[in-house]
Design a protein around this ligand. Structure first.
Ligand code: XIL
Length: 356
């Protein structure tokens, strides 16, 4: 229900950041001091944009879909939006039909990651301290914002957040998050907790099952955070699996993560059947192998993770054609929303039945 809210909220933050060129990003609503900060034109600009000319916010409409797309049309849209405007109206996404679909819980993803960052992260010309403040303020403001939305029982609709994603990716350590901010992972968790005392805070990463070394590094980092009283509640195992990988490491990986005592979330489950390429269709053999992997993931999660630590399993998409890896037939439903063998395997695993 609130995914569009996340996107639109981020858009508001971006607009807020972009409206104050020259003095670095400011975090805040679009109408809080946009333009060139004075009485209209101050003569110092060589290029005038609409937002710089007016003494009041100049807006346009956005959609979550446009904001989240990197097609050239939409990149053009974003450039004009950020240049010319300092206010946004959701064209459709915040209408009741889109906002209030059903009571449900939301997992926020993701407050900090070396990918899918706004372009100003890399062009930022302020000090490292200013950058750190901007990032941490963004995290606290975002968590605070969503903490205010409660269900009828008074619980936050956003139940949990991926605070930091993929710190052990080979491209992470050279990213501005790491080069400009010392001890960035810990600081992000502290900033998130400042926004909501109760929401569950997760560290999320991939190949936790497939790479024992990486798993150890993650567990060591998490243990270190816990020993320093940094607030962390859980670990997200993304679980982007292949039809034949990993095999024997899957249960031991889930056991190792559960042994931290934290919540465990299988956070992005999908199973590729065409990892090496060459598949022109989803063969019965591959479909069955994929079903077994879905069953394994569900079975080991259900039977290994203590109930109190079972945060849940999230599948990363619906139909194969909609997947981020749509050449891999990776999901539970075919392109007509029919359940695949994978679906049946997943059901068996959830019921606690092992692959024969
Ligand atoms: C992917 C989305 O599914 C794609 O639509 C997008 O283009 C790129 O990101 N790990 C993550 C997710 O944590 O955010 C990624 O999602 C998949 C890998």
């Amino acid at each position: 229900m609130k995914k569009v809210m996340t996107l639109l909220f981020i858009a508001v933050m971006i607009i807020g950041c972009s409206s104050d060129s020259g003095s670095g990003p400011t975090v805040g609503g679009p109408s809080g001091g946009g333009g060139n900060g004075g009485d209209g034109n101050d003569g110092g600009e060589t290029t005038e944009f609409l937002k710089d000319i007016a003494n009041f916010p100049i807006g346009n409409i956005v959609s979550a879909q446009k904001l989240n797309s990197s097609s050239s049309d939409n990149l053009g849209f974003k450039e004009v939006l950020l240049d010319e405007f300092n206010s946004i109206t959701a064209e459709n996404d915040m209408k009741v039909s889109n906002m209030f679909i059903s009571p449900t819980r939301v997992h926020g993803h993701t407050l900090a990651w070396h990918n899918q960052q706004p372009s100003w992260f890399n062009s930022f010309s302020g000090t490292d301290e200013e950058f750190e403040t901007a990032v941490m303020d963004y995290i606290t403001a975002t968590v605070t914002h969503f903490a205010e939305e409660k269900d009828s029982n008074g619980n936050s609709i956003v139940a949990s957040w991926d605070v930091f994603n993929e710190a052990f990716d080979p491209n992470a350590s050279s990213n501005v998050l790491f080069t400009k901010i010392d001890d960035v992972v810990a600081k992000c968790f502290t900033a998130a907790r400042a926004g909501d005392p109760d929401v569950k805070l997760f560290y999320n990463d991939y190949n936790i099952a497939g790479s024992p070394d990486k798993r150890n590094n993650i567990i060591n980092m998490v243990d270190d955070l816990i020993s320093r009283d940094i607030p962390i509640d859980g670990i997200g195992m993304q679980m982007h699996l292949n039809h034949d990988w990993p095999t024997s490491d899957l249960p031991s990986a889930i056991q190792d993560i559960a042994n931290t005592g934290l919540l465990v979330h299988i956070s992005e489950l999908d199973v590729k059947v065409n990892y090496g390429g060459g598949q022109t269709s989803l063969t019965t053999d591959r479909a069955q192998a994929q079903a077994n992997q879905y069953q394994n993931a569900a079975y080991y999660f259900t039977t290994i993770v203590p109930a109190a630590q079972q945060h849940g399993i999230t599948i990363w998409g619906f139909r194969d054609q909609d997947s981020w890896i749509n050449n891999d037939w990776p999901l539970l439903f075919d392109n007509n929303f029919n359940p695949k063998l994978a679906y049946d395997g997943f059901v068996e695993g959830l019921k606690g039945n092992a692959v024969n």
